[in-house]
Design a binder for this molecule. Structure first.
Ligand SMILES: Nc1nc2c(ncn2[C@@H]2O[C@H](COP(=O)(O)OP(=O)(O)OP(=O)(O)O)[C@@H](O)[C@H]2O)c(=O)[nH]1
Length: 334
């Protein structure tokens, strides 16, 4: 009974609706648009919808022939919001900002994907010029632009990743290592956390290139990178420092643990068969952050320890303990 009354009321509203007063050519023009257009009054009641509006309704489960005239669009949006539809809630508030608070317009982009395709729309409401109590709502398809934006976003992500990735090994490159090391030093400094570095260099790598060719040398670099990547924690960062040298940044790791980690990697590499090259070894320098260190100091300490490992027979792990004084005397290029 209540439904019948509501329906009759809507019908009588439809009879009086402003939209019916549109000239035939204007109606035909609005029906030719592929955007959904509706005219509402200040209370949110719909006075006109174009053909695309009705067709979109049918596509979304509204029965054909349904009369939109007299429906309160504000109530429709609020109900959607109450059912947990975040876009419905935004649109409801946006419409109110225009019809009640006098905002010049409101627009809102939202997805409305169908099972077969991805679709986005931009809903806009603005007062009708010269008819202050009426507002035009449009839902314009912006799928093309959204897809293009997504493509650009994906491309930018790819470019950003390439900018910080070593092309050969896929590990972090020197630029990324510098950036992360600076951040980790700040964190260690601010929160009094441990931070360690492992710098490693392949022993007699020139022989590999000389005896097996550069591309086999590249393959060895890639395999060592894989060993490093597979054996560091997700919070650590493995990178290629340059040539045949790699750097591991180990946050929240003290010298002792870092030296243990370096020894584990030394053994893994020593025991790996780099077909067709055979066995190869690496030398390791380990340094731990202490208050007052900056990036250059910490890297210099790791480099000095690595230098000592090379000079004392290679295939060794050396730690940078007692090397502090050497840092200030060393003319380093790091
Ligand atoms: N295949 C290949 N070789 C590289 C790459 N970068 C650097 N190298 C080679 O690494 C070798 C490094 O040689 P050296 O600096 O003499 O050191 P090493 O032979 O490893 O000897 P030690 O470090 O003293 O044990 C050189 O032959 C470089 O050409 C690269 O990207 N690919």
């Amino acid at each position: 009974m209540k439904r019948d009354l509501e329906e009759r009321h809507r019908q009588s509203q439809a009879e009086k609706s402003v939209g019916r007063q549109f000239p035939r050519l204007l109606r035909a023009t609005l029906d030719s648009l592929d955007s959904q257009i509706a005219l509402i009054d200040r209370a949110g009641v719909i006075h006109y919808v174009n053909k695309t509006w009705c067709e979109f309704g049918i596509e979304n489960g509204i029965p054909a022939g349904y009369s939109w005239i007299g429906v309160n669009y504000l109530v429709v949006c609020r109900s959607a919001g109450d059912r947990g539809d975040g876009d419905g809630r935004e649109v409801y508030e946006g419409i109110r900002s225009v019809v009640e608070s006098g905002a010049p317009f409101f627009q809102y982009e939202y997805p409305c994907h169908s099972p077969n395709e991805q679709r986005w729309f931009m809903m806009r409401i603005a007062p009708v010029l010269g008819a202050e109590d009426f507002f035009v709502i449009s839902h314009v398809v912006i799928t093309g632009r959204k897809l293009a934006e997504q493509r650009v976003e994906r491309l930018n992500e790819k470019l950003a990743l390439l900018a910080v990735t070593d092309k050969l090994t896929g590990l972090a490159n020197r630029m990324k290592l510098d950036e992360v090391l600076d951040n980790e030093i700040n964190r260690a400094d601010r929160y009094g956390k441990n931070l360690s570095l492992i710098l490693l260099d392949i022993d007699h790598f020139k022989e590999v290139n000389d005896n097996f060719g550069h591309s086999t040398g590249d393959a060895v670099l890639v395999r060592i990178a894989e060993i490093l990547r597979a054996n560091v924690r997700s919070s650590d960062l493995a990178g290629r420092w340059g040539g045949e040298e790699f750097l591991l940044i180990l946050p929240e790791c003290d010298m002792e643990d870092a030296a243990r980690m370096a020894e584990k990697l030394r053994l893994l590499i020593e025991n790996y068969n780099f077909v067709p090259v055979g066995r190869r070894t690496c030398s390791f320098g380990v340094a731990a952050y202490q208050a007052g260190h900056d990036r250059t100091t910490l890297l210099t300490l790791a480099d000095l320890a690595l230098y000592r490992a090379k000079n004392t027979g290679r295939n060794r792990v050396e730690i940078a303990a007692n090397l502090e004084s050497a840092v200030s005397h060393r003319d380093c290029n790091i």
